[in-house]
Design a protein around this ligand. Structure first.
Ligand SMILES: [Fe+2]
Ligand SMILES: [Fe+2]
Length: 343
């Protein structure tokens, strides 16, 4: 045995001891994780968690954040053309809320160890996914109403159960988001109500908007349960509480009385109350359309991404200026502190 090998032997032993300690930690971590999930309690950022749980959450939370940010575009487009000052102020507040939702969610995703810049880059490069609904245009003012009523409405149905998601930062972000989404849904419903009780032309505009957004809003819950491979695992981890089809049914049951109150109809001839099931039956959705939009072939998929990229590029100087200012303030604080200590 060479002298060199003698030197390495204790190191190898130390490595093995470290590896064994890490294994023990992972084992007890896994046991603890399983207990927390079984108790329907919460996992926090510093708790041990399986890599697959972490990855799956980063994917879900960042996709959710991207959807909030891209979702600002269809309605942001109408801020300058809202029909009154009051409508403009309300819409601006709503679009700002969506930016805030994006920020809470990026913050929640960051606690899982993925830097925010990486998530931004994934969206910028076109690699990241976001909700297919935001690739549709808002053609008329009534579309802004239909988006609030149907799209934010579907978001609420999807998100209320997420307030109990097993990952603490995600669940807590959802509580605040859901409160704001309720306001969004009501403002959309109120826009449609004004139009559906206005002139014949306004009524037709409202109906056409509902006709356009009904199908894509129902598709927001994701593919049918049989085609949703991640759902089962997500439910076993107490992230998701209901399947896509259960949530979709809940949404249809919720909007039927609402559309009646609006004096409008939903564009589905098969929509009918089923006494036996205690739910509304509705027609199969256009899943070919859904998968085409998901793959980036939605009516405005390209424009949405291009707009995001140019906004990010054009805003680079603002971010640089903010960082330079923050650095200067902290340097000044350090100097003042040093002067005080020196005194
Ligand atoms: Fe939102
Ligand atoms: Fe919203």
């Amino acid at each position: 045995m060479s002298p060199q090998n003698h030197q390495h032997a204790p190191l190898r032993l130390a490595d093995e001891a470290d590896a064994a300690a890490a294994r023990d930690e992972a084992e007890s971590g896994e046991q603890r994780f399983d207990e927390i999930i079984a108790d329907d309690s919460r996992i926090e950022p510093r708790d041990w968690m399986p890599e697959s749980y972490r990855k799956s959450l980063v994917r879900q939370v960042s996709q959710h954040a991207h959807s909030e940010i891209i979702g600002m575009q269809p309605e942001g487009n109408w801020i300058s053309r809202a029909p009154s000052l009051k409508r403009k102020a309300i819409l601006m507040a709503k679009v700002q809320d969506e930016a805030g939702h994006g920020l809470y969610l990026y913050s929640a995703a960051e606690t899982l160890g993925t830097p925010r810049e990486d998530m931004y880059d994934q969206l910028y490069s076109g690699k990241a996914k976001y909700s297919s609904i935001f690739n549709y245009p808002a053609r008329t003012w009534a579309d802004v109403g239909a988006i609030g009523w149907l799209v934010d409405g579907a978001a609420i149905v999807n998100q209320v159960p997420l307030c109990r998601a097993s990952y603490g930062p995600y669940g807590r972000a959802m509580v605040r988001i859901c409160k704001e989404e309720s306001f969004h849904q009501r403002q959309g419903w109120e826009i449609l109500y004004s139009l559906s009780h206005g002139t014949q032309e306004q009524r037709e505009m409202a109906q056409a908007a509902v006709d356009r957004f009904y199908g894509p809003a129902l598709q927001m819950f994701g593919p049918p349960d049989g085609d949703s491979p991640n759902s089962q695992q997500s439910m076993a981890w107490n992230i998701k509480r209901f399947t896509n089809d259960e949530l979709r049914q809940r949404f249809v049951d919720m909007i039927v009385p609402q559309v009646e109150a609006l004096g409008l109809t939903l564009p589905d001839p098969e929509l009918k109350w089923n006494e036996e099931r205690g739910h509304y039956d509705f027609a199969e959705l256009d899943w070919d359309e859904f998968f085409a939009v998901i793959k980036g072939n939605g009516p405005l998929s390209r424009q949405r991404l291009e707009h995001y990229r140019s906004a990010r590029d054009e805003g680079a100087w603002v971010r640089e200026a903010a960082v330079a200012y923050a650095n200067r303030v902290s340097q000044e604080q350090d100097r003042d502190q040093a002067a005080l200590i020196g005194a």
